[in-house]
Design a protein around this ligand. Structure first.
Ligand SMILES: C[S@@+](CC[C@H](N)C(=O)[O-])C[C@H]1O[C@@H](n2cnc3c(N)ncnc32)[C@H](O)[C@@H]1O
Length: 367
């Protein structure tokens, strides 16, 4: 990198022109006013609680804005590369998977444990359903709102329960090829990370998938209407009927083939048949431009190859899995490390040689 030239000391020591004192006062007043106005009305008043924000890191490549018909949403402020980290956020709280009291009662107990800023962050989030006839004077009103917020924004935090992440929560939903960001929970860090799974252009909305969208449009829309109270008009849901039908077919086919794959685990199909299925799912996924879960798919193939003692195939698939896990879960994720271990030493993996030796086949396509 080119070094910046030092300014000659002489120039530095030159006296700066002085402003008159009244002009200085006026400038100061304007500056203070703009800071105050920006604080109260600026777009970051609600979003400044970004636990991902770190002064030592470059600024985040997106901002939160109002999007007609969607409430708030997240827009890329520059081009984002596939595999870029978008968020790394701790939950405000986690509602355990198993609870012994009614959910609203639990929320009532949880609210007093939040700091003032956490409470503000929580109550800034959107929600879709409150119990009918709930009055603002009801002593449980806040707890009921907090519950509705948790239901609308909650994200699984591993097996522990459901977490609320105020920044990640601003991402709206897209189906199949329409979503471009994927989140995953990191158990060791107790944080949620979100990565871009495809390149995102400046000005494009950053969308994630609220559920597994490998199902037909009608079912997807029903699910979204029921749980999130909106009619999905994402790029895939708004395809013309005939093209949407083709997309639906591909998505259902992917899902069905996934189910068929479980026959390998039950010993009902051979390793090469399982790999054939995986390559087919991969291919249909490419046609659909469905990029998510590819790391997992390739890792399934690794498992098959290891079990059938095919070191070459295991390494090839592990290499593919490493790439896609890297995009989706991060190059520093445990999953990427596991794949590195396979490449280094397939024969020492636990599942090595647990099935009949067979040459199962490697990936047909890497994209
Ligand atoms: C987790 S929040 C997403 C952020 C939210 N838009 C906000 O203002 O905070 C989920 C809610 O956002 C809205 N939403 C999400 N995706 C949408 C979409 N594709 N089209 C319309 N509304 C959407 C729905 O109201 C949904 O209940």
């Amino acid at each position: 990198m080119a070094q910046r030239k030092q300014q000659p000391t002489k120039a530095r020591s030159q006296p700066q022109p002085r402003k008159s004192s009244s002009r200085l006062l006026w400038t100061l007043l304007v500056a203070v006013l703009s800071v105050l106005l920006a604080f109260f009305f600026g777009p970051w008043t609600k979003e400044s609680l970004d636990s991902t924000a770190n002064p030592n890191e470059p600024p985040r490549p997106y901002h939160v804005v109002d999007i007609p018909g969607k409430g708030k949403g997240v827009i890329a402020t520059r081009d984002i590369a596939r595999g870029e980290l978008l968020y790394r956020e701790s939950p405000l709280f986690i509602v355990p998977s198993r609870i012994s009291v009614p959910p609203a009662e639990l929320m009532g107990k949880l609210l007093p444990t939040l700091s003032k800023s956490e409470r503000v962050a929580l109550f800034n989030l959107s929600y879709v359903r409150l119990p009918p006839n709930l009055s603002k004077d009801d002593p449980n009103y806040d707890a009921q709102v907090a519950l509705a917020i948790t239901q609308t924004n909650g994200i699984a935090a591993g097996t522990r329960g459901v977490g609320v992440f105020p920044n990640v929560s601003r991402m709206n939903h897209g189906c199949s090829s329409a979503f471009n960001a994927v989140y995953s929970w990191r158990e060791k860090e107790q944080k949620l990370v979100v990565y871009a799974i495809r390149p995102i252009k400046q000005g494009q909305e950053i969308l994630t998938a609220y559920f597994d969208t490998r199902r037909p449009r009608r079912e997807r829309r029903e699910h979204l209407q029921e749980h999130y109270d909106f009619h999905c008009t994402c790029a895939v849901c708004s395809l013309p009927d005939d093209i949407s039908g083709i997309s639906d077919e591909r998505l259902s086919r992917m899902q069905n083939m996934h189910n068929e794959l479980s026959a390998w685990a039950q010993g009902q199909i051979e390793g090469d048949e399982a790999i054939e299925l995986i390559n087919e799912i991969w291919w249909v996924g490419s046609l659909e431009r469905y990029w998510s879960q590819r790391g997992r798919l390739a890792a399934d193939a690794v498992m098959v190859a290891l079990a059938h003692s095919d070191a070459w195939a295991a390494r090839e698939w592990a290499d593919t899995a490493m790439t896609w896990y890297g995009y989706e879960l991060g190059t520093d994720s445990e999953h990427v490390q596991e794949m590195k271990d396979v490449i280094e030493s397939p024969q020492t993996q636990r599942s090595w040689g647990t099935r009949r030796r067979q040459s199962v086949g490697g990936p047909l396509k890497k994209t």
